[in-house]
Design a protein around this ligand. Structure first.
Ligand code: SF4
Length: 81
C-alpha cells in the first residue's frame, strides 16, 4: 500500500506547532492556555492522525512532519467511530 511517510519529527518549537500548543506528550499541555484540553485527548485518538510506525504518525495539520501518538495540539478532533 502507498504510505505517505513524513520524513521529520515535528519540533514543539516549530512556529506552526507552537501556535497550536503542540506537545509530544499530552500531559505537558498548558491547561491554563487550553482549558478544553483533557489528558485523554491525544494524537492517536484524533481524527487527523494517521499512524506510520512506532510512536509516530502523520497529521493533516503538519503535512511534512510526524507527530507523537501521545501528542496533542489545539486542533484535536475526536476520531470518528
Ligand atoms: Fe495531534 Fe490531532 Fe493535533 Fe495533529 S491535529 S497534532 S493528530 S492532536
Amino acid at each position: 500500500p502507498l504510505t505517505l511517510k513524513a520524513a521529520e519529527k515535528l519540533e514543539e518549537s516549530d512556529p506552526s506547532a507552537a501556535a497550536l500548543g503542540y506537545k509530544h506528550d499530552t500531559a505537558d499541555v498548558d491547561a491554563g492556555q487550553y482549558p478544553r484540553h483533557s489528558a485523554d485527548q491525544m494524537c492517536k485518538n484524533c481524527q487527523l492522525y494517521q499512524h506510520v510506525d512506532g510512536d509516530w504518525g502523520n497529521c493533516g495539520i503538519f503535512p511534512a512532519k510526524q507527530v507523537n501518538v501521545k501528542g496533542w495540539c489545539n486542533a484535536w478532533v475526536k476520531k470518528a467511530g
